[in-house]
Design a protein around this ligand. Sequence first.
Ligand code: NAP
Length: 299
Amino acid sequence: VDSVVRKDPVAIIGAGAVGTALAHALQAAGVRVIAVASRSRDKAESLAHTLGRAKHLTIADAGAAAPIVLVAVSDSAIEEVAGTVRVSTETLIAHTSGSRTVDSLDAARARGAAVGSLHPLAAIVRARGALDATPEAYASVFRGAAFAIEGEASVYERLAPLALELGGHPFGIAGVSKPLYHLGASMLAAFSAGLAQAAWNQMRAAGASDDVASSGVAHLLRTVANNVGNAMTPAHALTGPVARGDTAGVRRQADAARTLSVEAERLYWAHVAHNIGLARAAGRISGETADAMMRELGT
Ligand SMILES: NC(=O)c1ccc[n+]([C@@H]2O[C@H](COP(=O)([O-])OP(=O)(O)OC[C@H]3O[C@@H](n4cnc5c(N)ncnc54)[C@H](OP(=O)(O)O)[C@@H]3O)[C@@H](O)[C@H]2O)c1
């Protein structure tokens, strides 16, 4: 019996962005994905087909198909799925939400299942077409990702190996910590994409093509990501006039933001105020400089 066969097989419920990526990445990592289910039969059938060896089942039957059942459905559908799946006392059922707690799986727990949550800290979008995404592309979504695991110790012990197989970094999280943990993650993912749009618009206005603007902002974000990953804390990787204590530079940028829109100017000042505090706490600028900047800029 080789190690591939010894790993607990999994069933996946929800053939959306996360369910699809997880199914392909787990299979590529040698974890057997033996069943998939979704609200729409077509989606489950098509995912099972591209995986090759998975059966597509009803949501109820998928619960009984494997010892580990991963529920990657919309946050608001978790309770309904937990009430529908057939589970046994051998079943570990875990959802992938970063903001919902394991209590959303109470209906399955009441029928004897162990409950948990496995939240991959990655921004995952649906592939544009089935041919766009290769198993390697799906695997790269999870490689290096932190995985927040909620559940009892015995649940952690069964979910952490899945994160490790995917090349991720598991850590335990209490349900009570999830709203703020998820707020931080969600702000970073959504707002950095929103800021990328602002940068993209100005590159286009300056004459860059769509392609150069898109690859350009993506590259800029990757350099930020690399700097953040290598720094003691993200604040140690701050760049720009605030981190240099350059008050005149901030003023010039604020003037430029004002010509764009009221919204851009507000966004600019909110970030300046936030970053002055961060740069100070990280020792990038002195307390004196920080106070002087705040005073002079009137933030
Ligand atoms: N996207 C991310 O970046 C990300 C990252 C980490 C965690 N998560 C979490 O992962 C989970 C799935 O998110 P997602 O981004 O993959 O969403 P998604 O692409 O919208 O997929 C949601 C899935 O839920 C299924 N679904 C919706 N309502 C249902 C119901 N009433 N009964 C059964 N299935 C139902 C849908 O089925 P059909 O397609 O068959 O209709 C779909 O497959 C969420 O808990 C989310 O918070 C998301």
